[in-house]
Design a protein around this ligand. Structure first.
Ligand code: PHE
Length: 345
């Protein structure tokens, strides 16, 4: 009985040695037969209960040797047959065929718009100040003279970090004003581009994340006339030499007086009509003279220095620049959308 079983082991070993898989498909059949989860070597292991105790050890070793023989043969053939398959594929390759075209990357339209704005202000001496998007309450609100009970601080409008009333996603780039003024004395002339967040319903015209470029100029004798002239210069560089602007009185806790600026686009084209809601005027920024309380909060002597500040939205300007109808497209990163800007740097 046990001699017969031993013989089966020898036969299996011989069978494995005789196998000649000639390609990868046949090799896979070999693997399933001898090494797969339902392989036939398992049957030999099962026979061990019929082997007398004193022979069990030897029997086990022999069956293991069969399994190893199958494994070794499989590994060697796999290597050999794969190399063969690769060589065959290479023979079929047409080396004169043209290469696959490389897709060129491109800048995002928001980045292009933002860079354009940065260049315009750099030409008149502003330098870029880059700072964090996760801010504390002090820099985003308190330093900016925003009272404790101001509606902007509401959970409805501001994204606070989970379990914190102290840390938040900045709601405007004005927080960088505080960062800069805490660390430097006038003359200060910076722009701060970046992303901001507000808890707003997402639609074609507004989003819970968007981009701003902040501007801040603090020195002795800075006046509202300086602000107005700087913004007019910007509008002409950005929208063409005939650009018209208007300033409307407004309110911000951190500027006094405050204004909002519109640029005149006209209503000639349908997109301008739509973008300006039929008025021809596109609102692009808030601005004003830095409130003396803000200077004092940040360690700058408000008796000696004055300043102006502005914060402009980027998305609207980019919609105009690229004739895009829906703000959500900027954040979806659909390659079909982004590809259209591949030629712009
Ligand atoms: N922070 C204001 C906003 O987000 C814009 C602003 C900046 C207004 C600087 C005045 C001065 O709407």
């Amino acid at each position: 009985m046990s001699a017969e079983t031993f013989q089966k082991v020898d036969e299996m070993k011989a069978a494995i040695e005789a196998e000649q898989p000639a390609n990868l498909d046949e090799l896979e059949q070999f693997r399933i037969k001898y090494l797969g989860s339902k392989n036939i070597i398992k049957g030999l292991f099962g026979e061990i209960r019929n082997i007398p105790n004193e022979q069990k050890k030897e029997y086990g070793q022999r069956v293991n040797a069969v399994k190893e023989a199958a494994e070794t043969k499989y590994a060697a053939l796999k290597n050999e047959l794969e190399t063969q398959a690769e060589e065959a594929a290479a023979q079929d390759m047409d080396l004169t065929a043209p290469g696959e075209p490389l897709d060129l990357g491109s800048r995002h339209p928001i980045a292009v718009t933002m860079n354009r704005i940065i260049r315009i202000f750099e030409r008149i001496g502003f330098i870029v100040a880059d700072d964090r998007e996760i801010e504390d309450d002090w820099h985003n609100f308190t330093a900016m003279n925003t009272p404790e009970d101001h509606p902007a601080r509401d959970m409805q409008d501001t994204f606070y970090l989970q379990g914190s009333m102290e840390m938040l996603l900045r709601t405007h780039t004005s927080s960088v004003q505080a960062r800069v003024m805490k660390n430097a004395q006038p003359p200060i002339r910076i722009i701060a581009p970046g992303r901001v967040y507000r808890n707003e319903t997402v639609s074609a015209r507004s989003h819970c994340q968007f981009h701003q470029v902040e501007g801040l100029y603090v020195d002795e004798g800075v006046s509202f006339a300086d602000l107005k002239q700087t913004l007019l210069y910007f509008a002409r560089e950005m929208f063409g030499p005939d650009a018209k602007i208007r300033l409307r009185p407004s309110y911000f806790p951190f500027t006094e007086p405050s204004a909002e600026m519109d640029v005149y686009l006209g209503t000639e084209t349908e997109k301008d009509y739509r973008l300006t809601k039929g008025t021809g005027w596109l609102e692009i920024l808030g601005c004003g003279m830095v409130d003396p309380a803000v200077l004092d909060n940040c360690g700058i002597d408000s008796n000696k220095y004055t300043g102006f500040a502005f914060g402009m939205g980027i998305e609207r300007q980019a919609l105009r620049l690229y004739d895009i109808g829906d703000i959500r497209l900027f954040f979806e990163n659909d390659v079909r959308f982004l590809k259209q800007f591949a030629s712009t740097i």
